[in-house]
Design a protein. Structure first.
Length: 271
């Protein structure tokens, strides 16, 4: 055989008794781990988050090495376009902005942010998701899904957040200048809960970037990859994404690459 292949006998016997090196075995193990993390994230995680999870598991590995392995495995995350807010066209009245793009907090239930986004269904047309986020944990603490885009959906999300969190002391609630959040009914609910109302400046969605970013992630990682039949099917899918994935499994860079629920649990443990 060696004569036919023009191969030295030493090369043949060396390849026949080949034992993978320690580095090769390590690479294969890491590839398996990367593929497992990627699959469990439902293709949502890219190299930075995968590298952090591997690091937390005790593996010393650079982002470049993770990127190289992902390329070899022919996998990549669902692309999330950079958040680019739309300009407001309607005439609005400026209101007090207490947040002033200061998204830092010292404790839970200090600053909440809210927003509404559109979700399309085949049978019921456009439906509306109102969400409330705690800026300390980045957890979605309240949300409501509705077929109508009026103040009631924003109030329901706020009610859910208040019931869950039971905040003590005055909370700043920040939103855009949408009619739902500037309505008398919504402002009265804030007053009932002893919360301070804060609104973005006219035409400046960056003032509410954190919750806007969450809705962008929701669209790119889930909603845009699914065709919802009706209101109920969309409602169930949103519940699973928010409660099972976003709050409890998806790590967040701004809170040290842990999940919002882990952040909240750590705070409550200290208290």
């Amino acid at each position: 055989m060696c004569k036919v292949l023009h191969m030295p006998k030493s090369t043949y016997y060396q390849s026949h008794h080949y034992t993978p090196s320690r580095r090769t075995l390590e690479n294969e193990t890491l590839k398996d781990q990367i593929l497992k993390i990627y699959t469990e994230s439902n293709r949502r995680y890219g190299a930075p988050k995968i590298q952090k999870i591997l690091e937390q598991s005790g593996h010393k590995i650079s982002i470049k090495r993770v990127q190289r392995f992902m390329k070899q495995l022919n996998i990549h995350s669902i692309v999330i376009k950079k958040f680019r807010p739309a300009k407001a066209n309607r005439k609005v009245i400026e209101r007090k902005n207490l947040l002033k793009q200061d998204f830092t907090t010292n404790k839970i239930n200090e600053k909440w942010v809210g927003d509404i986004t559109y979700i399309y269904t085949l049978k019921d047309g456009w439906c509306y998701l109102a969400s409330v986020m705690d800026l300390y944990t980045r957890k979605i603490i309240g949300y409501s899904f509705s077929k109508t885009m009026d103040a009631s959906v924003a109030i329901a999300a706020l009610d859910n957040a208040h019931t869950l969190q039971q905040p003590v002391g005055s909370v700043i609630f920040h939103s855009d200048l949408g009619v739902q959040y500037t309505s008398t009914d919504f402002l009265n609910r804030l007053k009932k809960y002893k919360m301070k109302s804060s609104n973005s400046r006219k035409g400046c969605p960056y003032d509410n970037a954190c919750i806007e970013s969450f809705h962008s992630i929701l669209k790119k990682e889930q909603v845009n990859n699914v065709q919802y039949l009706d209101f109920e099917s969309a409602k169930l899918d949103l519940f699973i994404f928010i409660e099972s994935w976003y709050n409890r499994k998806r790590i967040h860079g701004s809170i040290g690459y842990i999940t919002p629920q882990m952040k909240e649990d750590l705070v409550k443990r200290i208290i």
